[in-house]
Ligand binder design. Structure first.
Ligand SMILES: *Cc1c(COP(=O)(O)O)cnc(C)c1O
Length: 427
């Protein structure tokens, strides 16, 4: 589906139709699962043209696949980007982005309120690349500015952070990045393009773990990188994209592909070499998930706000980190970036510490105790016993996690049943 000259389709319509049309050979209405590793070439000349990137065509499913392409096009459309490249997981999407943009000696500034797996990835993977890293307060744009050096090559943050429910002032932080001629890369997993589209506020690259709300049913692992197409890779700081590449017989990606330069390099070099591609079956499931994204997110958001407000009123709860409560004094920030609601993942702290946290988990019946978020079903975890088990109490505190902190990912069940389950766990 493409926009018609006299019709710009709405978000809900595009969630169902963007990037796909009935399959011309067979008329199949659903996007078929093209379960093939490779594609027959018409003749040696067209095969050579594909490999030279002179023509765009399917060669091998590590690099491109029609089912995966429909997913890439749909999510790029919903985020307002020029295109996307899918990966085997969210973290594969992030590492491929870092490998594409960074060289030894470079520096990255990142929010310190990130998904735990991203913090570990940044700390250890970047060190192996000899890239320096500074973590900063996501709520303080000036700290991002002060942390930036001549060597800084990107900013990295999350629309809705973890575990404190921080919401970045994307427009201001993008301005800071652009003053230094570097891109802002945003992980938009917790918001999804239904709640916030960072590119509209100046972000240059958006990354998703499709594993979460996009898939929406806890069935598949996947990730995707979307480019706004607006960043000037020839500004002197990105020789990796602007200069002829040894890894692709001297191709200069920005000069050759213009606004697709970064994406073409990400696909035809980094994905080719790192190899973490999305399977067509997973792409099919993500396409299914995205069809109902707007419906599910509305319910996720209202259930989560209802449960958070209910928890906040209890005397046996010390604090609740839902963004709507975190930004009680700065409601304008939420109204600006998340007018439809602030997602469905948040933490609360139980009085009674680690023992109380573990007991609470033992006693829920409807919530599933597991390490994921963004499922249609409600999920619960006790970070101090699981995702953050390696940390002592001081380190937990630095990460914003108390011994009695519980993380919830609120699903789309009847809210009465969710409150019933939590109530009986409190008892
Ligand atoms: C899960 C998650 C990731 C990592 O994605 P995977 O698909 O598990 O590799 C990155 N960022 C956020 C915010 C996540 O929730």
């Amino acid at each position: 589906m493409t926009d018609l000259p006299d019709r710009q389709f709405g978000f809900r319509t595009r969630a169902l139709h963007a990037g796909a049309r009935p399959e011309p050979e067979t008329g199949a209405r659903a996007v078929p699962i093209f379960q093939t590793s490779s594609y027959v070439f018409e003749d040696p000349e067209s095969a050579a043209a594909y490999f030279n990137l002179q023509e765009y065509g399917n060669t091998y499913s590590r690099i491109m696949n029609p089912t995966v392409a429909a997913f890439e096009e749909r999510i790029a459309n919903l985020e307002g980007g020029v295109g996307g490249v899918a990966f085997a997981s969210g973290l594969a999407a992030q590492s491929a982005t870092f490998f594409t943009l960074l060289s030894p000696g470079d520096h990255v500034v990142a929010s310190r309120a990130l998904y735990g797996g991203s913090i570990t990835q940044l700390k250890h993977l970047l060190k192996k690349l000899s890239v320096e890293l500074t973590f900063v307060d996501p709520d303080d744009p000036d700290e991002w500015d002060r942390a930036t050096t001549e060597q800084t090559r990107l900013f990295f943050g999350e629309t809705i952070g973890n575990p404190g429910g921080n919401v970045m002032d994307i427009e201001r932080i993008a301005e800071v990045a652009h003053n230094h001629s570097i891109p802002l890369v945003m992980d938009n997993t917790f918001a999804t393009p239904y709640l916030c589209r960072p590119i509209e506020w100046g972000a240059d690259i958006v990354i998703h773990s499709a594993t979460k709300f996009l898939g929406g049913h806890g069935t598949s692992i996947g990730g995707v990188v979307i480019d706004s197409g607006d960043f000037d890779w020839s500004n002197g700081k990105f020789a990796v994209i602007a200069e002829p590449s040894d890894a692709y017989h001297g191709l200069a990606f920005h000069e050759t592909f213009g606004m697709y330069g970064f994406l073409m390099k990400l696909r035809s070099e980094t994905l080719r070499d790192l190899g973490g591609c999305m399977s067509p079956f997973n792409a099919f499931l993500f396409l299914q998930g995205i069809e109902t994204l707007p419906l599910r997110m509305d319910r996720h958001v209202s259930n989560a706000l209802g449960v958070a407000t209910w928890l906040d009123a209890r005397s046996d709860v010390i604090s609740v980190s839902h963004p709507a409560l975190h930004y009680r004094e700065n409601a304008a920030l939420l109204e600006k970036y998340l007018p439809k609601g602030a997602g469905a993942v948040f933490c609360f702290e139980l009085a009674g510490g680690r023992g109380a946290g573990q007991n609470f988990i033992r006693n829920v019946q409807l919530f599933s105790h597991l390490a994921n978020v963004g499922d249609a079903k409600s999920l619960i975890i006790h970070p101090a016993s699981t995702t953050h088990r390696q940390l002592n109490n001081d380190e937990l505190q630095a990460a914003g996690i108390a011994p009695g902190t519980i993380r919830l990912s609120i699903g789309i069940e009847d809210i009465d049943d969710l409150q019933w389950d939590l109530e009986q766990a409190f008892a």
